[in-house]
Design a protein around this ligand. Structure first.
Ligand code: DQQ
Length: 587
């Protein structure tokens, strides 16, 4: 099919009431907030819980189940998001398919027909995760995991290659699985059910393609990123040694491997490798997306990482909360690297059936290397700011010990908040706490003020007016040796009066010295999910909350200080957020 702008517009117009007029997304300048708004919200079951905590600007399919984001890419004017989907029920299934949506800004999305469903013996039992690669001629290809129908090896995991049926269709609506599939089978030292999630490909200096496949060594808990090479992207040969492996980490799922610039925020295309870049290897294991930074050489075929995976809280993590199986891509329109992760529900399966949906994706996060070279910085893409509407601000406001300050005038259930705290000079404090020796549960507990010089202080999101419901995103400053440590936490313990939701206390040590830097926090609050970016995105925590009272217009936002010493709010800006148009079109 030839690409005709008009036919695409007609398709989109039919799909979603012409939201994408002539391909140009313009943020609405005057917006009057209505609540609840539009089809999904008004058609979803009401349960007293504001359409059961449905989000308003996070990616979700129209209904039913989503898990991993797959193969994000930009192609001929559209961003594409594929995802692990059960389109029949709000639960993971034995037959997983690839959902597919398109967007022009990664904020508003249109749901298309599923891209991959089981059709062949090699993917009869599911189409699991994978990635897209744009070949040098501009054509995209996808490698995904097929769960094979196999006589002896039940649901053997194999790698399947797929190509667009019509590369001139910017919506990439139809895909074909060529004859020579599957293109990779589990090697002899890998169990048949521990071989999955091929990465985006990159070309070495020799022009040869490489991809990684997540795996685990047979009879051990040694996680591995198995390396494959190919001249034509069709025939793949396993390289004798994995690019990286580590004992006691278990199966490595959803690996991601990409270069990052040593200086500056710009993203780099996957095959770039020179003195100005380092490489990031992310793997998903133990419920977290962990990463290492290092130097990759295609000549030596090795990756020398600056640190090791430890399978403890000291691993570098993209997110210290509810976030898994993420996938990043290079956006060549704006030269940036963008990552999306899967945010699972933490209410009950019964609730998911009541809601009619389960799971969502994190906001698209731009990623770049911190000036220290030791970690990545993550920040919501600038397009998210187009959703900001009514704003309230504060500056230079003292918050005395044991006090709360309500931030009113915005829609607190659907908000973007940026706050910076200033602490009077941190002098010597008699209480010394060596945080290395303190259990994480105590360190990250909002209720424990052991060794606290300041705090806990921060925001109370999705709070009810009597504060019986609240999710605290907080900081504690503790004395550590001759200096100080900043703990950042997100405490879900009081997030809901309902007792059938999982309520965790997430936390991490924030990578700043509070003697020299102010403590900043950005929270994006969206009904049942809160993404919190500490210190300009050096540490991120995603939380889930399913309030019963703090819903819709009844939800409140506070700044709080549970510590005995006062802190200063140097600045605070909070915005109501508009609804994004996310997959509103039922298929
Ligand atoms: N989810 C997929 C797998 C992947 C896992 C199945 C990670 O391919 O390893 O839905 O969440």
């Amino acid at each position: 099919m030839e690409f005709h702008e008009d036919s695409t517009i007609i398709f989109l117009a039919r799909s979603q009431e012409c939201l994408y007029k002539r391909y140009t997304y313009r943020p609405k300048t005057s917006f009057s907030y209505q609540f609840p708004l539009q089809s999904v919200r008004s058609s979803m079951a009401h349960h007293g819980n504001d359409v059961l905590n449905r989000t308003s600007f996070h990616f979700q399919p129209h209904r039913n189940w989503i898990n991993d984001p797959n193969a994000p890419m930009y192609y001929k004017g559209f961003y594409h998001m594929f995802y692990q989907h059960n389109n029949l029920a709000p639960k993971f299934s034995n037959i997983m398919i690839w959902g597919h949506s398109v967007s022009q800004d990664m904020v508003n999305w249109i749901q298309l027909e599923p891209a991959f469903v089981p059709t062949e013996s090699y993917d009869r039992h599911s189409c699991w995760s994978g990635s897209a690669t744009i070949l040098p001629d501009g054509k995209p290809v996808i490698l995904y995991t097929g769960l094979e129908e196999h006589k002896e090896l039940d649901r053997r995991q194999v790698t399947v290659l797929a190509e667009p049926k019509d590369a001139s269709d910017p919506l990439l609506r139809e895909w074909v699985k060529p004859k020579n599939n599957p293109v990779m089978l589990p090697p002899h030292d890998v169990p048949h059910d521990c071989f999955r999630d091929p990465t985006t490909g990159w070309q070495g200096q020799d022009g040869v393609w490489r991809v990684l496949v997540g795996a685990k060594e047979i009879n051990t808990e040694r996680g591995m990123a198995v390396l494959y090479r190919s001249d034509d992207f069709v025939e793949w040969t396993k390289y004798p040694t994995p690019l990286l492996a580590k004992e006691h980490t278990g199966m490595w799922e959803c690996p991601d491997f990409f270069p990052v610039a040593i200086t500056g925020k710009e993203g780099v295309e996957n095959s770039v490798n020179n003195a100005s870049v380092k490489h990031v290897l992310k793997v998903s294991f133990g419920g977290h997306d962990c990463y290492v930074i290092g130097k990759y050489s295609s000549e030596n075929e090795d990756f020398v990482a600056d640190s090791e995976f430890t399978n403890t809280t000291s691993d570098l993590r993209y997110d210290h909360g509810t976030f898994y199986a993420s996938k990043a891509f290079f956006d060549n329109v704006k030269n940036r690297r963008i990552n999306f992760g899967w945010v699972v529900e933490t209410d009950s399966e019964e609730d998911d059936f009541e809601k009619g949906w389960s799971g969502l994706l994190s906001l698209p996060r731009e990623m770049w290397l911190d000036t220290s070279g030791k970690r990545l910085i993550q920040w919501p893409i600038e397009e998210i700011n187009y959703l900001r509407t009514k704003q309230v601000s504060l500056d230079n406001t003292h918050l005395s010990g044991c006090s709360n300050l309500e931030i009113s005038g915005i829609t607190a259930a659907q908000a973007d908040v940026e706050v910076t705290f200033d602490l009077p000079i941190l002098e010597g404090n008699p209480q010394v706490l060596d945080s290395d020796q303190v259990d994480d549960a105590v360190l990250f507990d909002r209720g424990s003020s052991a060794g606290c010089v300041y705090g806990p202080f921060g925001l109370l999101a999705l709070a009810s007016s009597d504060l019986s419901e609240q999710t605290a995103i907080f900081f504690k400053i503790i004395r550590r040796g001759n200096g100080y440590s900043v703990i950042m936490g997100s405490d879900e313990k009081k997030s809901s009066l309902r007792d059938n939701t999982k309520k965790s206390a997430h936390g991490t040590v924030l990578d700043i010295d509070p003697r020299h830097e102010k403590i900043s926090l950005r929270c994006l609050i969206d009904h049942s999910v809160i993404e919190s970016y500490g210190a300009g995105g050096r540490n991120v925590i995603t939380s889930r909350a399913y309030p019963k009272l703090a819903i819709g217009e009844a939800a409140k936002l506070y700044v709080f200080n549970d510590g005995t010493r006062g802190v200063t709010i140097s600045s605070l800006d909070a915005w109501s957020m508009r609804n994004a148009e996310v997959n509103l079109n039922a298929l």
